[in-house]
Ligand binder design. Sequence first.
Ligand code: URA
Length: 253
Amino acid sequence: MQLGNEREEIKALSASIKRYLKFRTRSGMLFLSGKKEVEGESGSGDPRGLAGEMDGDLFSDHSEIHQAKNLEELRAAIGDCQRCKLWPGRTHLVFGVGNPHAKVMFVGEAPGRDEDLKGEPFVGRAGQLLTDIITKGMGLRREDVYIANVIKCRPPENRNPEPDEVASCEPFLKKQIDLIKPRVIVALGKFAVEALLRSKVAITRLRGTWHDYHGIRLMPTLHPAYLLRNPGDKKLVWEDIKKVLEELRSASN
Ligand code: URA
């Protein structure tokens, strides 16, 4: 299982490097300063040469992300992100909100219109339902938990996130989880489950059972937006949330 996850991660990383190189080549940026160096246009020159240029360009983004020591540093490292094609359409990058030491973290799909305008996840109609689950169902406050999405920028017309967008944004979510170290992750809907568990198994089959995300217990459940369309399934989510509450109680004993 663990080995399978690592293989998937290596595959995703290699796909991401290929995409990045293609993007740099298409936009004419690849080897640009290396060429200058050869033509003697850059004064004393950079002793790292081409290899240095490539190393720096390929991994500088990610090393800053990996090196962030807290959520503020991570947010700063993400900056005015233009790593995928969603950035021109956003009002705000929706990073995440809540307690940086939360015991429970909710992971959704992507910001919608309300979230894009406010810069905060789950503040629209689906967000109100999630807030009810947290407050009325779990007896917690929104400030007690942490809420984030797989994708940090709104896809146009709220379409489904595309694989390259998920791949660009994934390191941010992983680092958020790594910094927060929640006891439990609640993965809301198909996209969160696919991104975190690398599983294409239907959410209806996965929900309600515990899974492992790098040593953290993960409970897949139905997305609040789905519940708005299918209110009869709210009882299923309540069953899942009761399991989360039991786990949190047993962890604090
Ligand atoms: N749906 C999501 O998945 N995330 C949000 O932030 C809002 C709606």
